[in-house]
Design a protein around this ligand. Structure first.
Ligand SMILES: Nc1ncnc2c1ncn2[C@@H]1O[C@H](COP(=O)(O)OP(=O)(O)O)[C@@H](O)[C@H]1O
Ligand SMILES: [Mg+2]
Length: 319
């Protein structure tokens, strides 16, 4: 007699049932077993056996497998609801960040105005010197706070896909020149050679939001100069590729270790070696702004050799 046994799960929601074929049916016997978990029937298994003496063993095995399957199913259900709970918590956190950031805008503006007025009103006499020195430090802190708040607002709006863009036919080269110009003194202070390199005539215009495109370039140039030591260089260039333009910001700075590359566009991510220099939002925002305009962004980098950030923008409005 054949010693092998056949197990089929016939319970609803547990698995598909397999029924024996005609020749098997002649010598086999099927029995249905209920599966229990915590005194509750959770399913039913159809056990088909051809060796009657093995029925007990087969039933036990089937029951154990069934128990395993139902436990797995419950574990999946539990992790699914945990995931949904986590997603709700993340959404609530993002909404809170957006509300707080929005509410902080007015007091920050009031601080900015107040500081300017105080600086103007305090007479420049020796006995006021200490107070004036303290007040002089305020604008930089207020500016940092203001930048952080607008970055937080941008990232939450980008992730919620509610950031408003105003795309139009723009002078891409002019935007790049203006942004590079605004970084000229920072680059000079660090002895970094910052230049607009190749920008062929077919790349000078693009269909994009000019303010947000400038913001992308600002974030990339800010990093390029920040992570490049004296004597290094930063180049901004563009090339046409099919129906889009690829803009590149390349530096000869410290580079990014290979292991870190998959994380650079994550929000709040910073290499631990440079974590003190910023908030970790610049690249996440740049990525969000590029993608919201229908482009892509990528990084190429070699540790100790430099980094290139390349992003694309459509050359014309989509038809
Ligand atoms: N050009 C670059 N060269 C080297 N490392 C970079 C460069 N750009 C970005 N990084 C790394 O990626 C991290 C994230 O950048 P970013 O999102 O702009 O945040 P932040 O500049 O505030 O640190 C940086 O902290 C740095 O570790
Ligand atoms: Mg940055």
């Amino acid at each position: 007699m054949q010693k092998t046994s056949r197990i089929a799960f016939g319970a609803a929601g547990i698995g598909s049932s397999g029924s024996p074929n005609r020749s098997e049916r002649a010598s086999s016997e099927s029995r249905s077993c209920l599966l229990w978990r915590s005194w509750t029937p959770v399913g039913q298994i159809l056990v088909t056996t051809e060796a009657r003496q093995q029925f007990f063993l087969t039933t036990l095995t089937a029951a154990l497998i069934g128990l395993l399957v139902s436990s797995l199913r419950m574990a999946f259900q539990r992790s699914d609801s945990a995931l949904r709970l986590a997603e709700t918590a993340v959404r609530a956190r993002d909404e809170m960040v957006a509300v707080i950031s929005h509410e902080l805008k007015n007091p920050i503006a009031a601080l900015q105005t107040g500081t300017t007025v105080i600086q103007r009103l305090i007479p420049r006499v020796p006995e006021n010197e200490r107070v004036l020195k303290l007040v002089e430090k305020l604008p930089l802190s207020i500016q940092r706070m203001s930048l952080l708040v607008s970055d937080l607002l941008d990232i939450t709006r980008l992730e919620a896909r509610v950031l408003k863009l105003n795309p139009a036919d723009c002078g891409l080269l002019r935007i790049a020149q203006e942004v590079a110009g605004s970084f000229a003194s920072a680059a000079q202070d660090k002895s970094v050679d910052l230049r607009i390199a190749e920008f062929p005539s077919e790349t000078t215009r693009a269909f994009c939001d000019p303010t947000r495109t400038a913001q992308i370039l600002e974030n990339l140039l800010n990093n390029a100069i920040k992570f490049t030591d004296a004597g290094g260089s930063v180049r901004v260039s563009a090339r046409k590729e099919d129906d889009h333009i690829e803009i590149s910001v390349a530096d000869t700075g410290r580079g990014i270790p290979k292991d870190y590359l998959p994380h650079v566009f994550d929000r709040f991510w910073q290499a631990k070696e440079t974590a003190y220099k910023g908030t970790g939002l610049g690249l996440a925002i740049a990525k969000g702004l590029v993608e919201a305009q229908g482009g892509t962004i990528k990084v190429k980098s070699e540790e100790g050799q430099g980094s290139s950030f390349l992003f694309t923008l459509p050359s014309k409005a989509a038809k």
